[in-house]
Design a protein around this ligand. Structure first.
Ligand SMILES: Nc1ncnc2c1ncn2[C@@H]1O[C@H](COP(=O)(O)OP(=O)(O)OP(=O)(O)O)[C@@H](O)[C@H]1O
Ligand SMILES: [Mg+2]
Length: 977
């Protein structure tokens, strides 16, 4: 950073912005701001000012910056900011974090690498875990006061840092953390710009344009040494850019010399006069100092003298001598760390680096790499020097880059992809084809994990070209992977054609490769919503796999077949297949299952459709566990999202929300829009069930937005989620529209399997809400027909509920009650407590109307208790409202607050509910929505909570609740051991 003595000129507005942001921090709230402006405009200088202001308030300030030539060091900006500080923390404070969190942090911060030992290898598709861990670390760092995390020169940040930053902006730490960022807009990578824009729109980031200084400010900056006329000329030339001003002013002091080597202003992206001024400044150096400065530019920014000396091919002693000259001329500056120096400005480093001859540069990078090797540096630290100096055919260099890629592939796949790419380029021509194929595969996988599908696709195509014709298994594996990426790209036709051609090209149609391809073709039918075709291919796959005696493959085929049956609504056949597949999967040990994880995942999918939530959950969990243990990252997202849906159906709403949040985060990171849309839809249902109506609506809207132009199956899912949320927010008309339009018409023909009955019930309610009785009757009849054809308890339950709603509306109370009770019994049978309780609430309403008050109360009480247990607060409140209407006083099943207790123990049940919603970062109006309370009542509860917990901010409320619930669950775990 700039020396502290430098006076800040102008920028009064920004100072106000900073003070406001810091006051927010003092109030316990997090924040983020980004200074955006061209090179040299004064962003870093402003960050220094912010840091000084924060410091004066006693805030902790940590500073990190990215660096131009070191762009592939994973999480570098964060490492730069946090690592040393964390290394110096008392271990007590570090170890206050969960083991899992520490294990994740070990993958990001070298200072914590000791916590990595003994952990399962991380997975590419679970990168959000590291992000969450860093968020928790930041929260922990605020234990003794607010934290300002300064991240400078973000335009050069590595992809891992950008992802992490994006995650922190999407979900800021629940503590007093201010992220202060500086970016050059024209050089920022697209993902960074997108993340900043998103946060800006969401209102979580303050965007501060940093513009030119005024003429008056420029004069002030230049000071008295520059007279008026000269100052005017400099201002005109610089356009008010302070770096330009300073550089031009410096050159006034230089003696003009002829023959100064020119710097290209274009390469430097500065005006010609500034480039000339820089060239002149560099020309003043002695040969020795210039050599070391050149070496430093290669070694890094910041750099160590030892490395600069190595790059410059000089002794350390002469490097130190040269360094004195460089410091005296203010070309480099000291940092807070001993033996570490920085260039005065990144533009100077760039100018120096650019002006060195290309051949010399190669040698300098080579020497740097050698020095690092001699010092025992990791391949990751050496990689960028190796990449810049190695020649094609250098097998050792290729190996180093491959190794570097391997090290970071799980947590920073974008960097890994770059290094695998360089390794490929360096590979000797004579290298065996499989070495190249392997690298291409690694690269493709890393690219796909970061949403770079087109590049991943290209790498796979290239690899297929290289595979010898007789390597059939490998060829099929690559073809399958390639088709998988085509699905991700939405090119289902192309995927289909590829698989079909591969099938035709197989010499042996009875081979295991053939069976594997048939399974892919079946899944291809699923993507295209052609469930019949899906079934046909699955059938063929099964009859091919079985005689081969390949148990994992047979299980996989059987599972797809079950899934096909379940989606097409052929329940008895599907059920028979499912049971077969379950037996086969149970017979596989983990190593065998690892060969065909899709067996467990598709089985779980089938079970989700077939009312078997318990089994679906168990199979999804097994797929996840085996996938993790065997590092098969790409197989995790599907079972993960199935598990989320299962938990939702089983009424474990908090768990479901957590799983689906993970699934959403994972899909965002991998750029998989299809998975993202699917998970957002389910996340919206989970929010709705928990009573977060606004959250549900916003999530569903994002989902609908995403699915424009995507596959029909996703359009359906999004339309349904939106409809459900719209009905709850009191817009049944749009709800009907959304349902009918997205799902192919009045009878929702495009919705597969059991879900059709379920969404027809929703449609019925929407129509009743609009007073469209005959339309509702038709929808209800369609639900009955669907249920009759499906013969599934859940479908029957939904059809009964639809009918009950229609009967109730028509004034047939007894009939309505009977149907509703049947609906709740059916939902109970399959273990869907929320659905059961909703049916029971309806029954209670009907019974009350029928004058059977006692029975009505019994049903409503039962419903309220069940909904309470599931955390379905809004639905519970609805049941209780009915009870109140019957003159029933609500006394909670759980304890009241206890006066003699402290902390959350002192809260009443209701206050605790409110406080938990504060943990979820809900606003008062949202809490009011969720609990069916008036905003005024929520305010009263909030006041009581503040008083009882002795806190003054929502953040503190959240922290207190989280801490004590965490402690309680830890005690629970320990007691369970
Ligand atoms: N308002 C100011 N008052 C005094 N000096 C300033 C001011 N703004 C910038 N400077 C000086 O101008 C030079 C360039 O500013 P700075 O390094 O902050 O630019 P930057 O926007 O961070 O550029 P880059 O994008 O290249 O990092 C520095 O020497 C800095 O101290
Ligand atoms: Mg800067």
């Amino acid at each position: 950073m700039a020396p502290k003595g430098d006076q800040l000129v102008g920028r009064a507005v920004t100072a106000g912005v900073f003070d406001d942001a810091l006051s927010e921090l003092d109030g316990g709230r997090s924040g983020a701001l980004a200074l955006v402006g061209e090179p040299g405009i004064g962003k870093t200088r402003l960050l220094v000012d912010l840091a000084a202001r924060a410091d004066a308030r006693g805030h902790l300030v940590l500073y990190g910056s990215a660096s131009e030539l070191e762009r592939e060091l994973p999480f570098w900006v964060f490492v730069d900011a946090l690592d040393e500080y964390v290394a110096g923390l008392e271990s007590r404070r570090v170890e206050a974090l969960d083991d899992d969190v520490l294990g994740e942090l070990a993958l990001v911060l070298p200072a914590l690498s000791r916590f990595e030992a003994g952990r399962e290898a991380p997975l590419q598709h679970e990168r959000y875990r590291s992000h969450r861990a860093v968020r928790e670390l930041l929260e922990q760092l605020t234990a003794s006061g607010p934290l300002v995390l300064v991240l400078d020169d973000l335009h050069w940040a590595d992809a891992g840092s950008v992802e992490l930053l994006g995650a922190l902006l999407r979900r800021p730490p629940a503590a007093a953390v201010l992220l202060a960022l500086a970016v050059r807009p024209r050089q920022a990578p697209e993902r960074l710009t997108a993340a900043l824009e998103r946060a800006d729109r969401a209102g979580t980031l303050l965007h501060v344009e940093v513009g030119a200084l005024t003429r008056g400010e420029a004069c002030e900056l230049l000071g008295e040494a520059v007279d008026g006329a000269a100052a005017t000329a400099l201002y005109d030339e610089s356009g008010g850019n302070p770096f330009y001003l300073e550089q031009l002013a410096r050159s006034l002091a230089f003696e003009r010399r002829a023959g100064v080597p020119e710097l290209s202003p274009g390469d430097l992206d500065v005006p010609p006069a500034v480039a000339a001024a820089l060239a002149e400044e560099l020309a003043l150096l002695s040969d020795g100092a210039r050599g070391v400065l050149d070496g430093a530019a290669v070694a890094g920014d910041p750099f160590e003298p030892e490395l600069a000396a190595a790059a410059a091919a000089t002794s350390e002693a002469s490097a130190l001598e040269a360094l004195d000259e460089l410091l005296r001329l203010d070309l480099v500056r000291e940092t807070e760390v001993p033996r570490r120096f920085r260039f005065r400005h990144p533009l100077i480093r760039r100018a120096v680096y650019q002006s060195t001859p290309g051949g010399w540069r190669l040698g300098a990078h080579e020497r740097s790499a050698e020095m690092l090797t001699a010092r025992g540096a990791s391949p990751v630290e050496r990689a960028h020097h190796v990449e810049r100096s190695a020649r094609q055919g250098d097998a050792a260099a290729a190996a180093t880059l491959r190794e570097a890629g391997d090290v970071v592939a799980q947590r920073a796949p974008a960097s890994a992809a770059t290094w695998f790419g360089h390794a490929l380029r360096l590979l000797p021509d004579a290298a065996p084809a499989d070495a190249r194929v392997e690298l291409l595969l690694l690269r493709a996988r890393a690219l796909v994990a970061t949403g770079q599908f087109a590049h991943g696709h290209a790498a796979l195509l290239e690899s297929i070209e290289l595979v010898p014709a007789d390597a059939v298994a490998l060829r099929v594996r690559l073809t399958t992977a390639c088709a998988g990426v085509e699905h991700l790209l939405g090119r289902h036709e192309q995927a289909h054609a590829r698989l079909a051609t591969a099938m035709d090209g197989l010499r042996d149609p009875a081979s295991r490769e053939a069976a594997a391809l048939m399974i892919e073709l079946a899944m291809d039918g699923f993507f295209r919503m052609d469930y019949e075709l899906m079934g046909e291919w699955a059938e063929r796959a099964l009859s091919t796999a079985r005689p081969l005696g390949d148990r994992p493959l047979t299980a996989a085929a059987e599972a797809v077949l079950a899934f096909a049956g379940a989606t097409s609504g052929a329940t008895p056949e599907a059920e028979a297949r499912r049971s077969q597949a379950a037996t086969l999967v149970a017979d596989l040990n983990d190593a065998e299952l690892a060969e065909r994880l899709d067996a467990a995942a598709n089985l779980a999918g089938a079970e989700l459709y077939l009312d078997r939530y318990e089994e679906a959950g168990a199979h999804a969990e097994r797929a996840i566990a085996v996938g993790r243990a065997t590092g098969q990252s790409e197989f995790i997202p599907l079972p993960y999202s199935i598990l989320g849906q299962v938990e939702l159906l089983r009424g474990r709403l908090a768990k479901a929300a957590e799983l689906l949040d993970d699934a959403v985060e994972g899909a965002r990171l991998s750029g998989n829009v299809q998975a993202l849309a699917g998970n957002l839809g389910n996340r919206s249902f989970a929010a709705l069930a928990a009573g977060d109506v606004r959250g549900a609506l916003a999530t569903a809207e994002e989902c609908v937005e995403l699915t424009r132009g995507l596959d029909q199956s996703l359009v359906c899912a999004a339309g349904v989620a939106l409809a459900a949320a719209l009905l709850e927010t009191g817009d049944p008309e749009r709800a009907v529209e959304s349902l009918v339009e997205s799902s192919g018409g009045d009878e929702l023909p495009l919705i597969p399997g059991v879900w059709r009955a379920k969404w027809l019930e929703l449609l019925t309610r929407c129509q009743l809400a609009l007073g469209w009785r005959s339309a509702a009757e038709r929808s209800s009849a369609a639900a009955q027909a669907a249920a009759a054809a499906l013969r599934l308890r859940m479908a029957t339950s939904m059809a009964d509920r639809a009918a009950a709603a229609v009967e109730l509306d028509a004034g047939h109370f007894d009939l309505a009650a009977r149907r509703a009770l049947a609906a709740s019994a059916a939902a109970d049978e399959v273990g869907a407590p929320v659905e059961a309780a909703l049916a029971r609430t309806l029954a209670g309403r009907a019974l009350a109307q029928a004058g059977q008050t006692e029975r009505a109360m019994a049903q409503l009480e039962h419903a309220a208790a069940e909904l309470h247990a599931c955390g379905a607060l809004r639905y519970r409140a609805a049941a209780e409202r009915e009870l109140r209407g019957l003159g029933q006083r609500i006394h909670r099943r759980t304890r009241p607050g206890r006066i003699d207790r402290t902390g959350i123990e002192a809260l009443t049940q209701r206050e605790l509910e409110v406080a938990r919603l504060v943990v979820d970062r809900r606003t008062n109006p949202e809490i009011a929505d969720a609990l069916f309370l008036s905003p005024k009542t929520v305010e009263t509860h909030m006041r009581n909570i503040f008083r009882k917990l002795d806190v003054s901010s929502r953040v503190e409320v959240a922290r207190t609740v989280e801490r004590s619930e965490h402690a309680a669950s830890r005690r629970g775990r320990e007691a369970g051991r």
